[in-house]
Design a protein around this ligand. Structure first.
Ligand SMILES: N[C@@H]1[C@@H](O)[C@H](O)[C@@H](COP(=O)(O)O)O[C@@H]1O
Length: 237
């Protein structure tokens, strides 16, 4: 793991942006994308650039089960609004959370991932250490699957919904093994709410109890933190 710590989310985002731009210039074919508030400024910078990405395919990590792509809380909607409608990607893939047969949808998505091996995966993390929607306890061998969201994740994500009851209880997510197949991973975590999960990801042994800790096993993972997210690092050493 290559851990980079910056004074502010702004500087951290700039560093992430530079890495993404370098990889695009070097001919990256497939980029894995994440949602949540953490990469918003990164996407804002990317969409403001006048760059040709017609040779680039995107694959997203996850989607809520039961939300139509037209639902403003869906990750389909988020990606369209934040990035896709401004950029000429060759193809953009996000799991379909309203597929009639969700198991088939997971298989279809794994096929897409096989056909589009991810060169660079952008990742965020949940305050409980989840990546994508792989909650604590998820097997490191997991591929795209349906997952039950934990009460803490529903609580953390309820800020995007009008009422707590509106937060979906399930999601489709790329599995941990699907995420680990990326050639390079760029994990972003900002703010004190992530500090404990960041500490467990970096300073503690790899465990399914903190899914992000699996990145210790990745040969090319860059972790970009602001100083708040990094504030609990190194205390056990
Ligand atoms: N499934 C997504 C994750 O992929 C994301 O990393 C996480 C963090 O969100 P935020 O960046 O808003 O803290 O939110 C959701 O749970």
């Amino acid at each position: 793991m290559n851990v980079l710590i910056f004074d502010s989310p702004k500087e951290a985002t700039e560093a992430a942006f530079d890495i993404v731009m370098k990889r695009l210039e070097a001919g990256l074919k497939t980029i894995g994308l994440a949602t949540g508030s953490t990469p918003l400024k990164l996407y804002e910078k990317l969409r403001s650039m006048d760059i040709d990405v017609s040779h680039v395919t995107t694959v997203n990590l996850d989607e809520y089960v039961g939300l139509e792509p037209s639902d403003p809380q869906s990750y389909n909607y988020y990606m369209n609004e934040e990035l896709f409608k401004y950029m000429n990607f060759s193809a953009t893939y996000i799991p379909n959370g309203v597929a009639e047969d969700l198991e088939k949808e997971c298989e279809r998505y794994e096929e897409i991932l096989k056909n589009h091996p991810v060169d660079l995966q952008i990742l965020g993390m949940g305050p409980n250490g989840h990546i994508g929607f792989n909650e604590p306890g998820t097997s490191f061998d997991s591929v795209t699957h349906i997952t039950e969201l934990t009460p803490s994740t529903r609580e953390a994500n309820k800020r995007f919904f009008e009422k707590e009851e509106d937060v979906p209880t399930k999601a489709i997510t790329m599995g941990i093994s699907s995420i680990m197949s990326a050639k390079e991973v760029l994990m972003l975590a900002f703010g004190e709410a992530k500090a404990e999960a960041v500490r467990r990801m970096i300073d503690e042994p790899v465990t399914v109890d903190c899914p992000a800790s699996v990145l210790q096993n990745h040969s090319n993972a860059v972790i970009i933190l602001d100083k708040e997210a990094a504030s609990k690092l190194g205390r056990n050493k």
